[in-house]
Ligand binder design. Structure first.
Ligand code: GLU
Length: 386
């Protein structure tokens, strides 16, 4: 009896780490179970929140995944990923398979990157608005996020310069951008590249949306600019969005061999390897024809055009050039958290409040939903704003 009481007391005294206490739950991921619960209650929720395409995973990818299961590709494999898959990715990134690691989505590629490059107190420049996970993963690695505002969603080089200190270790860039849809021009990236070279920093380049670009704009990879930059850049990417494979959790990082090797060692303790049959499925993505990409872009561009037309009637907003988000500015005295909550409660439409991306006063509207949902969603948003 005495012992039990003692251990209860000890348990109550046990505390979780300061590190985990310092981070917030992902404001995007946490919405999925909320929407699911409301749907189970019979509510017809329109989901314009989570960045998940509504088109089906290509048949070829499903087929190859099933075949992998039939051939018992159900065991452990190398921590860095299937050689075949690494080689295919290396072909796209103009590097060797030793420069590539397969990760559980781009999320884990980022997590491992920060664990590998940051020491306690190192600073990382993050451009605002930013994807919710960047700041938290930097903190998890003991780093300090340094938030630098953009101007009309464009990187402000002078401001970035001002925020570089002796402690700066890396700059994160994310083009096409989540949540704004901005696609950085070659000139903008060159200016960032010069800074990075001058101060000897890492660039963490999140290229998850690189295939989703509209109006014949082009995605430039900062690592392609020079051999030096290639050594200093960790590019992360994902199969999730362009192939609608969000549940496969298959992404990757491409970087200098030394960095990738450290990530591999970390991965050997963290998760072993990415789901083996998911990786075989991902291999089929390399057999898809050009017309696949053209169709997806065309469909999303139409949705972008529609969403932008409706959004600008109601809010301040910049036309997204890529990805599938629209970052709308509410009028001055409206709290975006309140607006998003009321929109969900009273009009059954889910969007993400700007606070999640470091920019209160905004809402992120995803146009990756079906056209029907986008139309109905905007009708309801209009009612809520009226
Ligand atoms: N990346 C997507 C989004 O921003 C999926 C959720 C997440 O991982 O944040 O909505």
């Amino acid at each position: 009896m005495k012992n039990h009481a003692g251990s209860r007391k000890r348990l109550m005294k046990m505390k979780v780490s300061k590190r985990i206490d310092s981070i917030e739950e992902s404001g995007t991921v946490k919405l999925t179970p909320v929407i699911n619960r409301l749907r189970e209650q019979g509510k017809k929720i329109i989901n314009l929140a989570v960045g998940e395409p509504d088109f089906k995973t290509p048949k070829e990818i499903i087929k190859r995944t099933k075949e992998a299961l039939d051939f018992n590709k159900t065991r452990y494999d190398a921590a860095a990923g299937l050689d075949l898959l690494r080689e295919k990715i290396a072909g796209n990134y103009d590097c060797k398979k030793e420069n590539v690691i397969i990760t559980n989505g781009s999320k884990q590629a980022l997590y491992s990157t920060f664990q590998v490059i940051l020491d306690s107190g190192d600073e990382v420049v993050i451009l605002n608005p930013y994807w919710v996970t960047f700041t938290e993963q930097v903190k998890l690695a003991g780093g300090e996020p340094v938030i630098v505002d953009t101007t009309g969603h464009r990187p402000d080089i002078e401001l970035i310069k001002k925020n570089i200190t002796k402690k700066t270790k890396a700059v994160i860039i994310n083009s096409p951008n989540n949540p704004t849809g901005a696609v950085y021009t070659k000139q903008e990236l060159e200016k960032i590249a010069n800074l990075v070279i001058k101060h000897n920093l890492f660039v963490v380049s999140d290229e998850t949306y690189d295939e989703l670009i509209y109006d014949d704009k082009k995605h430039f990879r900062i690592s392609d600019f020079s051999e030096k930059l290639k050594k200093q850049t960790i590019s992360v990417n994902s199969f999730s969005k362009i192939y609608s494979m969000t549940g496969f959790r298959t992404g990757f990082a491409a970087a200098d061999e030394k960095i990738i090797d450290k990530m591999r060692i970390l991965q050997s303790h963290l998760c072993g390897n990415v789901c083996t049959f998911a990786q075989y499925g991902a291999l089929a993505a390399f057999d898809l024809k050009k017309k696949y990409y053209i169709r997806i872009r065309k469909e999303l561009e139409e949705k972008r055009d529609y969403a932008y037309r409706r959004a600008k009637e109601l809010f301040g907003c910049v036309k997204p050039e890529g990805a599938f988000y629209l970052f709308a500015e509410l009028s001055e005295n409206i709290s975006s958290e309140r607006f998003a909550k009321d929109l969900l409660k009273m009009h059954n439409v889910c969007v993400v409040p700007g606070e999640v991306f470091g920019s209160p006063g905004h809402i992120r509207i995803s146009f990756a939903a079906s056209m029907d949902d986008i139309k109905k969603g905007f009708d309801r948003i209009k009612k809520a704003s009226g």
